[in-house]
Design a protein around this ligand. Structure first.
Ligand SMILES: [Zn+2]
Length: 132
């Protein structure tokens, strides 16, 4: 999913929930846009390069839908943890709203094109490492 689509949807969501959450509505961007930083972190660790430009090109230009990537924010364990934390700290719920929109958009694109995001098995670290 192109980052600009995540920005557009997160902006609309932030505007929509601003009357309820005030400045905390900006957390939508953290969950809806900035969680994609894990792609860059993966690139730094695996490719041993800090080049944002090369990382972006790598994620965009090459087929990486079947790659065995570990994305620390794109997994169900992170999402459930975020949901539980927001239950105890309700002002953090906008982060979960952004996260849900991000994940939904990623999954729609994965099932539509199967080339712009890692295989859904990457969406559960437990399944990936314990129930192989
Ligand atoms: Zn994503």
């Amino acid at each position: 999913m192109d980052i600009k689509h995540h920005v557009i949807v997160s902006t609309l969501l932030a505007i929509f929930i601003y009357p309820t959450y005030g400045i905390f509505a900006l957390l939508v961007f953290l969950g809806g846009v900035l969680i994609d930083v894990d792609h860059y972190l993966w690139y730094i660790v695996v490719k041993k390069s800090f080049s944002i430009k090369k990382a972006y090109k790598y994620m965009k230009d090459e087929y990486h839908g079947t790659r065995n990537m570990i994305l620390i924010f794109h997994n169900i364990e992170f999402w459930i943890s975020s949901l539980i934390i927001s239950y105890f700290f309700p002002l953090l719920f906008p982060f979960v709203i952004g996260l849900a929109s991000h994940v939904a958009m990623d999954l729609i694109i994965f099932f539509k094109y199967r080339c712009t995001h890692p295989n859904p098995i990457a969406y559960s670290l437990i399944r990936k490492y314990i129930f192989r």
